[in-house]
Design a protein around this ligand. Structure first.
Ligand SMILES: [Zn+2]
Ligand SMILES: [Zn+2]
Length: 255
């Protein structure tokens, strides 16, 4: 059994990009920052660009796809996403490989299952990746956890899960009422408390938790970590997230 790890290169409303590496081969999930930035961050994290064999897209929002076309062309790799997502974004000339929500497929020795999320997008997905019985879940941009994502969370050895906003900060914050309502709705984003409750409902021994897609306006790394740690009864240094713009993280699901 080889190395299985996630590199979080960017996470949040300014852009999302995660690379999942299994035994020297890798897939990229979302590319919501510029191609130039992705290449620089991969260099910083020690990821060999030629090891990245494919890109997967969760949904069409620009913080997930703004650099997707350019990066796929630069790396000369195919883009896997479902047809509604593909038809909702403009990627330019790319090699699109259609996938279907709920239908697993194999890539780079990994079994990948696209799972439905609950979000204001055409057909948004979370991805569960698995090799040799070890599983990494990437689940963001979901107003509530669908049954399928909650089940995947109960199976995951590493869960990169959305902890988007603090309810008080959202309520008191500067967003217009309509946007506040959307973010807080079932097709918006997951709050710190909702994230913590989901972790509690799906307790798993040894599972690593990484908080993702934190709002810059309606959350802080400290608030997210403190809230989740308090609810799940963990020490706060056991709960990780990106700390500042340009921060990256490599997390091993298996050594
Ligand atoms: Zn989104
Ligand atoms: Zn997003």
């Amino acid at each position: 059994m080889g190395l299985f790890e996630a590199h979080v290169l960017a996470s949040g409303s300014d852009g999302n990009c995660t690379v999942i590496e299994s035994d020297g081969e890798a897939i990229m999930i979302d590319a919501g920052i510029s191609c130039r930035r992705i290449m620089a961050l991969m260099d910083q994290e020690g990821i060999d660009p030629s090891s990245v064999k494919a890109m997967l897209l969760t949904h069409e929002h620009s913080d997930h796809v703004s650099g997707a076309g350019a990066t796929a062309r630069k790396l000369d790799i195919p883009v896997y996403c479902n047809v509604p997502t593909f038809e909702s974004c403009t990627l330019g000339q790319i090699d699109h490989r259609p996938i279907s929500t709920g239908v697993p497929f194999e890539l780079c020795g990994m079994r990948i299952t696209p799972l439905p999320t609950s979000h204001n997008a055409a057909d948004p997905n979370a991805f569960l990746t698995e090799t040799d019985g070890t599983r990494i879940l990437v689940a963001t941009d979901t107003g509530k956890l669908t049954y399928q994502v909650e089940h995947a969370l109960s199976l995951a050895d590493l869960a990169i899960i959305e902890s988007n906003y603090d309810s008080r900060m959202l309520t008191d914050g500067p967003y217009p009422p309509s946007l506040k309502r959307l973010i807080g709705s079932d097709i918006g984003h997951l709050s710190n408390v909702a994230c913590a409750n989901a972790i509690m409902r799906t307790r798993k021994e040894g599972r690593k938790i990484f908080l993702a897609h934190l709002s810059k306006t309606n959350n802080t790394p400290d608030t997210a970590r403190d809230t989740v740690a308090r609810i799940i009864g963990e020490k706060r240094f056991n709960i990780d997230c990106l700390e500042f713009p340009g921060d990256t993280r490599t997390i091993r699901a298996r050594a």
